[in-house]
Design a binder for this molecule. Structure first.
Ligand code: NDP
Ligand code: GDR
Length: 384
């Protein structure tokens, strides 16, 4: 008998990779997507199955984390063996603009799922997408399952409620409910407004002569970045354990945003040097390895870069304080020893592999845009 999984946030980065992974394992996968005025299923379109087919193993339902009745009905209909609660307003900076909505969707939304399973008397195992943002203001590093929390944004505070309500339902009602405390994980389908993807898209466009520079916020914060493909495997493993529990999932390596930019540039043969600090920091194109550039980007674009270099120290990164956060999380570095020993989880990608994967994909996507632009089509340049 195939197992049935229900994924909230199925249209997001992790939802897409997890759907693919579970389908390959023979699961019937149900996903909850929001109604939107434009199609929002880009990341899962390759998995889509026509609703008129007799036998489908990938089924989408309209829903929202703020609608208890909707969630309860879907859970009752689907009777899932496993629920992966990935839906959230997941942007830390935006949570300062929409704090109440974030609390509702990310915090109370988790309660709605737990309570629905309890009231329906189901035995569904529940995975809660917890986050390294819970650690916030540095108490100790590396961060483990025992490190105290000190959330620094409305997003993190909402996720703190979700973390504890998951623990509470496990202890109060004996539910198989677990938290994965995942550190930042990225991929070629990472949302365009998170810093890694913003950088890999921008550097690709700069290399192709489609954009002059990119505006960013705090370049000094440090993140422990992994690949989403590795991290969704940990979610699956957590729900396969006999006992529910909470696990840190991380690589154990931390890097500044500045260094991530440098690595993304180097990936395509570009060199960048930084001057200044804080709001005055700038990044300049300082050299080019023409062999790597030609191989990764293409000879056609070489002349444009040579010209920019000849013009003298062209600025490709500027800091704009509008991207600073009212309270910042400066340093994240996770210790995932528990997951590595108990779940036997090991990531395949290191940061260099992640950067290479993201840059390769974005260069390819932007080459397509450059081709359309050359053909006279208007290409929108959305910076945020
Ligand atoms: P994304 O932002 O890519 O995806 C979020 C998903 O949630 C999307 O499918 C989105 O739908 C959906 N969603 C948002 N609000 C609602 C709502 N009110 N009702 C229903 N669905 C909603 O996030 P990721 O895939 O990167 O992350 C998955 C989860 O893991 C999130 O909970 C995130 O907070 C958490 N997390 C992520 C980490 C990371 O580094 N990626 C690290 C640790 C935790 P739509 O597509 O319509 O916007
Ligand atoms: P984060 O990811 O806040 O860690 O949350 P994000 O990529 O948004 O920021 C990481 C760091 O980069 C700095 N930064 C910028 N960030 C953005 N978005 N845009 C910029 O222009 C920019 N410039 C500098 C930020 O200040 C920050 O220090 C992500 C999300 O996926 C959460 O849902 C998840 O819980 C955590 O990772 C773990």
């Amino acid at each position: 008998m195939s197992k049935t999984a229900l994924i909230t946030g199925v249209t997001g980065q992790d939802g897409a990779y997890l759907s693919e992974y579970l389908l390959k394992k023979g699961y019937i996968v149900h996903g909850i997507k929001r109604r939107s005025s434009l199609f929002n299923t880009d990341r899962i379109d390759h998995l889509y199955q026509e609703p008129h087919l007799d036998h489908r193993n990938f089924i989408l339902h309209y829903g929202d984390m703020t609608d208890s009745m909707n969630l309860t009905r879907i859970i009752q209909e689907v009777q899932p063996d496993e629920i992966y609660n990935l839906a959230a307003m997941s942007h830390v900076k935006v949570s300062f603009d929409t704090p109440e909505y974030t609390a509702n969707a990310d915090g109370i939304g988790t309660l709605r799922i737990l309570e629905a399973v309890r009231l329906l008397g189901l035995k569904s195992r529940i995975y809660q997408a917890s986050t390294s943002e819970l650690y916030g203001l540095v108490q100790q590093v590396p961060q483990t399952e025992k490190t105290p929390f000190y959330p620094r944004s409305p997003y993190a505070v909402a996720k703190m409620y979700a973390y504890w309500i998951t623990v509470n339902y496990r202890e109060a009602y004996g539910m198989h409910a677990s938290n994965g405390i995942l550190f930042n994980h990225e991929s070629p389908v990472r949302g365009e407004t998170f810093v890694t993807r913003k950088v890999t898209r921008a550097i690709s466009r700069i290399a192709l002569g489609m954009q002059e520079k990119v505006f960013l916020g705090n370049l000094s914060s440090k993140r422990d970045w992994g690949h989403a493909k590795d991290y969704i495997k940990a979610m699956y493993l957590i729900l396969q354990q006999d006992q529910p529990d909470d696990y840190v999932i991380a690589t154990g390596v931390t890097t500044t945003i500045r260094e991530f930019i440098r690595m993304s540039c180097n990936e395509v043969g570009l060199e960048v040097s930084f001057t200044g600090a804080g709001a005055d920091e700038k990044g300049f194109l300082s050299g080019i390895d023409e062999k790597i550039f030609t191989e990764k980007v293409g000879e056609d674009y070489l002349e444009g870069i040579r010209k920019r270099l000849k013009e003298g120290n062209p600025e490709i990164v500027s800091v704009d304080p509008m991207y600073f956060r009212p309270t910042e999380v400066e340093l994240l570095i996770g210790d995932s020893t528990k997951a590595r020993t108990k779940l036997n989880w090991t990531p395949k990608y290191d940061l260099a592999g992640l950067v290479a994967d993201m840059m390769q994909s974005d260069i390819h996507l932007m080459q397509k845009d450059a081709y359309l632009k050359d053909g006279g089509y208007r290409i929108l340049n959305y910076f945020e």
